[in-house]
Design a binder for this molecule. Structure first.
Ligand SMILES: NC(=O)c1ccc[n+]([C@@H]2O[C@H](COP(=O)([O-])OP(=O)(O)OC[C@H]3O[C@@H](n4cnc5c(N)ncnc54)[C@H](O)[C@@H]3O)[C@@H](O)[C@H]2O)c1
Length: 386
């Protein structure tokens, strides 16, 4: 594999792929020869390229991982597809639904494997929740709710390319982390979000942007010289949801919520039982009942449903975490690539495709459109792209 964009999440793609044991990490590409060499040395990768075109032209690269800032997803992915390479892109697939659709169509025409890393699907207890709902253990699900809250953009001195519409897209927090929550809620419940009503807010309207060309995500930029910039994209969102299976939902998304580091949680309430999973306590699944005691299922392969068991690699009491779930996603994707199945056919559950990435982009577009029109119900897939 070769990876374009070796920043925060790129290093975790490389780590996860290495743990599979049958994939060679051949090259990385960064924005200059010098930074590519520096990152390649730090990550122990043999070849370093100063442009993504050069990496994609390398005949030893069969799978291209895209972990660039959002605005580069279209050119990087199109270049990889143009050379018939499999593509594993981080989310969001693209910054508009129209672009995401174009990438889905191009990948389908290219006949390659295409994937988007919605990595929370790789958690064993997420798969357990999905199995329980599919088996009817909760009964019909009528309410799906939760939040994805972080605090790393709370201060005016916190900055990321995510806040610049030409790099991150018109949406910031919703596209960045709301996309994860929506994919997860749909994946677990088996119901698709079809209508949204959104109220978006920019809490920190003026930020002090460091003049340093590139600060990796979540890195504090220290004493760098700064210039004030006006921010228009949202850092806080409250959204009502309607699902195609009849469930109603709500989700709160924010990156300005002190004390919340990676606070993703969801709850599903059915006619017979409820369940809740919290990313920061990811080895536990809460199960709520009316006529019996509530319980907490601890991650333990021997207690999981058969479909969820293979996502747990350690016995009960041995905690598994974010990077393990990421590796599970790569195992599902590379299993399909290695088997030579191509893009069609059934995929293992932790493998999200460009189709999932496209649907996710439609939800983000609908959320933006709902807010723009004064918080009105908006159908997903019918949003007007600004
Ligand atoms: N799945 C997840 O949980 C998760 C987590 C974080 C980020 N992401 C996604 O991954 C992508 C990258 O995010 P990040 O947080 O790692 O950002 P980052 O800023 O830390 O890293 C981006 C990297 O891309 C490099 N880059 C910039 N221009 C380039 C070019 N022209 N060619 C090659 N490389 C270039 C930058 O130098 C940097 O190293 C985004 O799309 C983001 O939404 C996903």
């Amino acid at each position: 594999m070769g990876l374009v964009g070796p920043g925060f999440v790129g290093a975790h793609h490389i780590d996860a792929v290495r743990r599979l044991g049958f994939v060679d990490v051949v090259a990385i590409a960064a924005s200059s020869d010098a930074s590519a060499r520096r990152k390649a040395d730090a990550l122990g990768v043999p070849r370093a390229y100063g442009s993504f075109e050069a990496l994609i032209a390398d005949p030893d690269v069969h799978v291209v991982h895209n972990t660039t800032p959002n605005y580069l997803h279209v050119p990087v992915i199109l270049a990889a597809l143009g050379r018939g390479k499999h593509v594993i892109s981080d989310k969001p697939l693209a910054i508009t639904a129209a672009d995401a659709r174009m990438l889905l169509d191009a990948a389908t025409r290219a006949g390659v494997v295409h994937a988007v890393t919605f990595n929370y699907r790789g958690n064993p207890l997420v798969q357990q929740a999905r199995e329980m709902i599919a088996a009817g253990e909760l009964g019909p699900v009528h309410f799906v709710h939760g939040a994805y809250l972080q605090d790393w953009l709370l201060e005016a001195t916190d900055f990321s390319w995510r806040l610049e519409p030409d790099k991150g897209g018109e949406s910031s927090a919703v596209g960045d982390i709301g996309s994860h929550w929506c994919d997860l809620a749909q994946h677990v419940t088996g119901q698709r979000i079809v209508e949204v009503l959104a109220d978006l807010t920019t809490v920190v309207e003026t930020r002090l942007k460091p003049s340093a060309a590139s600060v990796d995500a979540f890195a504090r930029s220290g004493d760098a010289a700064r210039e004030p910039v006006q921010v228009r994209s949202e850092d806080l969102a409250t959204i009502l949801l309607r699902f195609d299976g009849g469930a109603k939902g709500t989700v709160s998304i924010g990156q300005v919520c002190a004390g919340h580091k990676n606070g993703l949680w969801f709850e599903a309430n059915g006619r017979r039982a409820s369940l809740r999973w919290e990313q920061e306590k990811q080895n536990e699944l809460w199960i709520g009942r009316r006529d019996a005691a509530n319980s907490v299922l601890a991650k333990d392969p021997s207690l999981l449903a058969p479909g969820a068991r293979r996502y747990a690699h350690l016995p009960g009491g041995h905690q598994e975490g974010w990077a393990d779930a990421f590796c599970n996603v790569m195992r599902d994707i590379y299993g399909v690539i290695a088997a030579g199945h191509g893009p069609g056919g059934a995929h293992p559950p932790a493998f999200a495709t460009f189709e999932d990435g496209y649907h996710s982009a439609c939800i983000v577009d609908a959320i933006l459109d709902s807010h723009r029109r004064g918080a009105v119900w908006t159908r997903v897939g019918e949003a007007v792209t600004a």
